[in-house]
Write a protein that binds this ligand. Structure first.
Ligand SMILES: NC(=O)c1ccc[n+]([C@@H]2O[C@H](COP(=O)([O-])OP(=O)(O)OC[C@H]3O[C@@H](n4cnc5c(N)ncnc54)[C@H](OP(=O)(O)O)[C@@H]3O)[C@@H](O)[C@H]2O)c1
Length: 218
């Protein structure tokens, strides 16, 4: 039976946008489950690496079926032209940003489909819709997220499911990821906490009619 409290699951919730969303959704009265590879494993934050399919499945079994699933966990390559990026680093960016998202969808979506509703939000980027030098691996994954999400929405529609899939560009926010990429130029952008104040209610309001959309957070 479905609980009265709305339930959100957020990957990559130990810092940055994910941690700020955990705080905001908790304040909005939602039941919240998050994960991160460096999480303490205490309370609502599980120590789960999204590149470990078995760990993701076990986590999903433990937390149950969410109303809102936010695939937020991601990494970015160190700034470099594509020909200077090592095979190992390229592979790791693919593993976390694309394969990790697939593992999470495989673990959580069947339950949401069976229950008959909910929203999956996959974090894209401005670099999922445009490109810049020195971030080709990251751009590759975020353009991939846009295609994966649109095709997932097609799958859901073909299956007559009311579950929605949405790609979200969060904007530009001062987090460790942005600092790693922009350096000091990250300063002056919104903090994750400021971002989440408007982003969380926006995400909470997404519904079946938004499925297949590529949206940008307010
Ligand atoms: N900040 C921006 O301006 C911006 C712009 C466009 C898009 N985005 C997107 O927004 C999302 C959040 O970015 P952010 O800026 O908040 O980044 P961040 O501060 O670097 O945080 C990334 C989060 O992902 C988690 N993570 C990384 N690898 C993981 C793994 N293998 N398994 C589980 N969790 C993992 C990290 O936790 P652990 O270290 O504990 O694993 C951390 O909690 C990302 O999808 C990013 O691409 C951000």
């Amino acid at each position: 039976m479905k609980e009265d409290k709305q339930h959100v699951v957020i990957t990559g919730a130990t810092k940055g946008l994910g941690a700020a969303l955990v705080e905001e959704f908790t304040g909005m009265g939602w039941r919240v489950n998050g994960c991160g590879s460096s999480a303490s494993g205490e309370g609502a934050l599980a120590r789960v690496d999204v590149t470990d399919a078995a760990a993701v499945s076990a986590w999903a079994e433990g937390v149950g079926v969410p109303d809102l699933l936010i695939n937020n966990a991601a990494i970015i390559n160190g700034n470099a032209p594509l020909w200077d990026v090592s095979a190992e680093e390229f592979s790791r960016v693919m593993d976390v940003n694309l394969k990790g998202v697939h593992y999470v969808i495989r673990a959580f979506l069947p339950g949401m489909i069976a229950r008959g509703g909910g929203v999956v939000v996959n974090l894209s980027s401005g670099w999922g819709r445009s490109t810049s030098p020195e971030v080709a691996p990251y751009c590759c994954t975020k353009w991939g997220i846009e295609g994966l999400t649109s095709a997932l929405a097609d799958d859901l529609q073909a299956a007559d499911s009311k579950v929605a899939a949405v790609a979200l560009n969060p904007g530009v926010i001062d987090t460790d990821m942005l600092r790693g990429c922009f350096g000091e130029a990250a300063e002056g952008h919104r903090t994750a906490k400021e971002w989440a104040v408007t982003a969380a209610p926006y995400l909470a309001a997404l519904s079946e009619r938004d499925s297949g959309a590529a949206v940008t957070a307010p």
